[in-house]
Design a protein around this ligand. Structure first.
Ligand code: SF4
Length: 734
């Protein structure tokens, strides 16, 4: 196959002998790219390509998607069911039945001895939606623990909490097409080119055509900041101050949209009174952005016909994460920028199906944004599932970040980890390790058997991954897309859905509750439960979704019956003719007093530690650390350090240094760059036993999400560079 110039140095793409292409949705980030995996004559996945007619990615894939076919037979895949009495003993291979019996018996033993909530379940944003829904039914309807959460608390719970506080429900109002209509874009703590490369491409293409101003607010000169018209290098953790100051300018200069505010919101008086305190002169001293820039950005944003805000972990992973989201929503609401083309407040989600778990897992409540606190919701779901409504708790249980302290204190004795690896992903690894060691029983269900958390398991259940399974996922813009089985799970491994159904059989002794085997049937059950809800998917089915390469919710049965084509289904929610989810249909404007409660640098620990993602890797590298090309680009832990700071400390480019925080230490390579300020370092979070040895992870009071990006460290030089290199290599190893 030849691309580019045919006369001179044409680009040659190796012929891998593909005889068939199979469709799926990418299983890494929440962009939701449509992908096809090529199989050779032996049925082996050998290639990946983007799907041209899919609206999300229009034929493109990023570095992770392009190598996704290598996942199926990557190192460390779990192929055997394993069991042992204590976590420090060697594993014994076993069959599914004894292992699943043990899981059932241990859950019930712990619940009977210590109470129903003494057994906790932590799920993920990586499974398929039908699997989330089934796990939710099993947990809420049969097992009956309230300590059930997902690892999405580590990345998205501030967005969820902020949306709920402002609009009455979770659910991002906008879509990628908004880039094609907006007149001003603010990116708050979002580095699209590395975190969501294909969304970046959509944004960049729209921006090049229409030339709207791009304003990036981020303490670091990220790749997105390098491409921005204005970069505001804000002091970590002070976004709320900047938002309040912008609203101060907007009200002061009469730039707000009074008609929209009066028709659609409550709380304007209280908000105006709060932001009156935040004049730009005072705010500049706290957030580090000068007063003229604050005024300019406020005017640019408020005067544009349609303004859009996007954000990612820079906002969410903070002690003010939920407030930051509410602040962005406040700005959108006071300027009438919700639910209109180019005017929105769009949370760019993290994991491939973080949205699916938010909508359907029942982690924080009940399916389709129903809440445990509402008796009508409890009754509705109990009747639908054929369970006793009194079996449901009346308020949500612990978040993942509170489950670990509860293990430490002895309140929780047993744990089921599903496709998540807290030993790598939770802050303050030393505390997490102690908690894992203290569990009476732990079952790890994962497609990889070599995760750090699996070391502490008593039972290991090998699961299928991504396109070894059948179901749907929801992306950032509420688009549901399908994943079809491309390969079979290896060895004894089984799809997560099969595992949940087998566990359910053991709890569902009188067969009262129905657990369908086929994901298409489960999806149909979900469509019924969605009727009339915000996330109404009653007009969808697997075939229609695949045919259209994804459909955005809501898409109702009425829309299907009237022949409305799915792509127009649900581009935006909270449009002018659709009210907010609060009972009076109005959004809330919420005043946000700033409380400075972060860990901050001091004499002993003088550097801000900022953590984040690199384009090559995904989360804890459980997958990408084993894929040749992905790993080769970024194989070892390193820091970005300002060249002046490096010179003062006597650190040369490529030297190993020791980072020390009040928690622990880590050895990394130093890469001097002007991307970071002199009092800050940036450390990619992917490498195990590295970034989270250092982080404190103070929690947001509303969302319980940890502040991964605001810790304090010092940097020490290392005399023995050879030994340091060895240590650093150990951190990269699996
Ligand atoms: Fe996959 Fe995200 Fe890359 Fe698209 S942008 S190919 S969804 S990792």
């Amino acid at each position: 196959m030849l691309f580019g110039r045919t006369q001179k140095n044409p680009i040659k793409i190796a012929d891998k002998g593909v005889v068939e292409w199979k469709y799926a949705t990418c299983g890494y980030c929440s962009t939701g790219c449509s992908i096809e995996v090529g199989l050779n004559a032996e049925g082996k996945p050998v290639s990946s390509r983007g799907v041209a007619e899919a609206d999300v990615n229009r034929g493109k894939l990023c570095l992770k998607g392009i190598f996704e076919h290598e996942l199926f037979d990557s190192a460390g895949r779990g192929t055997e069911v394993k069991i042992r009495d204590h976590w420090h003993q060697p594993w014994k291979a076993t069959d599914w039945d004894p292992a699943l019996d043990k899981v059932h018996d241990e859950i019930r033993r712990i619940q009977e001895k210590y109470g129903p909530d003494a057994f906790a379940i932590i799920s993920t944003g990586q499974m398929l939606t039908e699997e989330f829904y089934t796990l939710g039914k099993l947990t809420r309807g049969l097992i009956g623990t309230n300590n059930y959460d997902g690892n999405t608390t580590l990345c998205m719970s501030s967005a969820v909490s902020g949306y709920k506080r402002s609009f009455g429900s979770d659910g991002p109002p906008g879509c990628y097409e908004d880039f094609e209509h907006t007149d001003c874009l603010i990116a708050w703590g979002s580095n699209l080119p590395e975190q969501h490369p294909i969304i970046y491409w959509r944004m960049k293409e729209a921006q090049e055509k229409r030339g709207f101003p791009l304003i990036v607010i981020d303490p670091r000169v990220t790749m997105l900041a390098q491409n921005a018209h204005m970069h505001l290098p804000i002091t970590p953790g002070t976004d709320v101050v900047l938002m309040n100051a912008m609203m101060h300018v907007i009200f002061d200069e009469g730039l707000e949209d009074r008609r929209y505010i009066e028709a659609n919101t409550n709380g304007i008086e209280e908000l105006e009174a709060e932001v009156a305190i935040y004049n730009p002169v005072m705010a500049a001293k706290i957030c580090g952005i000068d007063e003229d820039t604050i005024r300019n950005v406020a005017r640019l944003y408020a005067k544009a016909d349609a303004s859009m805000s996007i954000w990612t972990m820079g906002i969410n992973q903070s002690t003010h994460g939920s407030d930051g989201v509410v602040g962005i929503n406040n700005l959108s609401l006071v300027t009438g920028n919700i639910g209109k083309p180019g005017g929105t407040s769009l949370s760019i989600t993290g994991q491939c199906n973080a949205m699916g778990t938010r909508e359907w897992s029942s982690c924080s409540g009940l399916p389709n944004y129903r809440v445990l606190e509402n008796a009508e919701h409890r009754n509705e779901v109990a009747k639908f599932w054929n369970v006793d409504p009194e079996f449901f708790p009346k308020k949500r249980g612990l978040y993942q970040t509170d489950i670990y302290p509860a293990i430490e204190s002895g309140q929780i004795k047993g744990l089921w980890l599903i496709a998540t690896n807290p030993m790598s992903s939770l802050p303050n690894t030393a505390r997490v390790r102690k908690a894992m060691e203290s569990l009476e029983f732990c079952v790890v269900q994962d497609c990889y058997e070599d995760t750090e958390s699996a070391q502490y398991a008593h039972v290991y259940l090998p699961a299928g991954t991504w396109a070894e399974k059948d179901g749907v996922m929801t992306n950032t813009e509420r688009r549901i897309n399908v994943v079809k089985p491309i390969a079979a799970p290896p060895g004894q491994a089984k799809p997560d859905l099969w595992i949940f159904n087998q566990v359910a059989k053991r709890f569902n002794k009188d067969d009262k509750v129905s657990f369908p085997d086929k994901s298409a049937d489960i999806f149909l059950e979900m469509t019924k439960l969605s009727e009339g809800r915000l996330a109404d998917i009653s007009g969808m089915n697997h075939e229609l979704i695949e045919e259209h390469r994804g459909i955005q919710w809501p898409y109702t049965r009425e829309q299907l019956d009237t022949g409305e084509t799915p792509p127009s289904g649900g581009k935006r929610i909270y449009t002018e003719d659709a009210s907010f989810t609060y009972s009076d249909g109005r959004a809330k404007l919420i005043p946000l007093p700033f409380v400075d409660n972060n860990e901050v640098p001091d004499e002993k620990f003088p550097f801000w530690l900022n953590t984040g993602r690199l384009i090559e890797h995904w989360h804890g590298r459980t997958k990408t650390g084993k894929l040749g090309n992905n790993n080769k680009y970024s194989p070892i832990p390193f820091i970005e350090i300002n060249p002046d700071a490096a010179a003062e400390l006597g650190i040369a480019h490529g030297e190993y240094v020791r980072l020390v925080s009040p928690r622990s230490d880590a050895v990394v390579m130093a890469m001097p760059t002007q991307r970071v300020a002199k009092n800050m370092i940036f450390l990619p979070f992917h490498f195990h036993d590295c970034a989270n040895r250092l982080t404190l992870g103070l929690l947001d009071p509303h969302s319980r999400q940890p502040a991964y990006k605001q810790s304090a460290v010092r940097i020490e030089t290392i005399a023995d560079q050879k030994a340091a290199a060895k240590l650093s290599m150990e951190m990269r190893a699996f």
